[in-house]
Write a protein that binds this ligand. Structure first.
Ligand SMILES: NC(=O)c1ccc[n+]([C@@H]2O[C@H](COP(=O)([O-])OP(=O)(O)OC[C@H]3O[C@@H](n4cnc5c(N)ncnc54)[C@H](OP(=O)(O)O)[C@@H]3O)[C@@H](O)[C@H]2O)c1
Length: 248
């Protein structure tokens, strides 16, 4: 049973977002779901409606700030949003070649600007009502630089630190903020990876952990434990040593 009644979720058409949407769906819940692929988003919406949820969908690219802002404000006016999860994200970089840098720039635009475009329009109303929870989907890849994904790592570090700062800043307004930091999860993002992905888990399992953490307003929802422990070790080592261990 979720404490949230009106939920905005980006990246709901696939992977972790689709699992969260299905899991949050129930008779008393309103879901405002955003994705780009209309067919996949409609399938998720149907599954949520079958569970009794009131569902609105929009196929909006989250980098389209004005369009997203207008839609989010309409959703909030229809039913006051008490949870927003900025989940949509991409990992566009491939291999060591930075090319013209476009994949890196686009990754930052979607993962960082897109996150801001998702949460900022809802913040003034949440603060005024003194009710609300924000979840920013970062990653265990957002703690230190890893090879071949500079934009992705940097964008996930930005999301995590943004969540940490906002959490302190918004506490007095009774708005909670959680940084969500998964390890490897089965989804379109990981499907093509040729490197080992230790402790890979299903999106459904990730959704369970994320929902529990958000209900408790946890500062950081980082999982699974072995990957989290490896990241902490990497952070505890001198920067030069961590870099050398990663091939730098
Ligand atoms: N899978 C992992 O191992 C893992 C680990 C740590 C963190 N994460 C993070 O978890 C989040 C969800 O990823 P996932 O693993 O579930 O991957 P996914 O299956 O590829 O899902 C990504 C979702 O984001 C949406 N999206 C991407 N760019 C968008 C844009 N510009 N505008 C609107 N929606 C956009 C996609 O929509 P369409 O499909 O409709 O285009 C899709 O619904 C991401 O932020 C990712 O970085 C994933």
């Amino acid at each position: 049973m979720t404490p949230f009644r009106s939920i905005v979720l980006t990246g709901a058409s696939s992977g972790i977002g689709a699992a969260l949407a299905r899991d949050y769906a129930s008779k008393s819940v309103r879901l405002a779901l955003i994705g780009r692929d209309a067919t996949r988003l409609a399938d998720v919406a149907t599954a949520c409606r079958d569970k009794g949820a009131d569902v609105a969908t929009a196929t909006i690219d989250i980098t389209e700030r004005a369009t997203l802002e207008a839609w989010l404000q309409r959703q909030d006016a229809e039913r006051a949003v008490d949870l927003v999860i900025a989940n949509a994200g991409v990992a566009l970089e491939k291999g060591r070649d930075l090319g013209d840098g476009e994949s890196l720039r686009r990754t930052m635009a979607i993962n960082v600007d897109g996150t801001l475009n998702t949460i900022l329009p809802l913040l003034p109303a949440m603060r005024a009502r003194r009710v609300g929870q924000i979840g920013i989907v970062s990653s265990l890849a957002g703690f230190f630089g890893l090879p071949q994904a500079a934009g992705y790592n940097a964008s996930k570090a930005a999301g995590r630190v943004l969540a940490e700062s906002l959490r302190i800043q918004l506490k007095a307004d009774k708005v909670g903020v959680s940084a969500i930091c998964p390890g490897f999860v089965e989804s379109a993002i990981t499907r093509g990876n040729s490197f080992p992905m230790p402790f890979l888990m299903t999106a459904e399992r990730a959704s369970n952990i994320i929902r529990r953490g958000l209900a408790q307003n946890r500062a950081r929802i980082a999982f699974p434990l072995p990957t989290k422990a490896a990241v902490w070790l990497g952070m505890a080592l001198p920067g030069g040593l961590t870099s050398r261990l990663l091939g730098g």
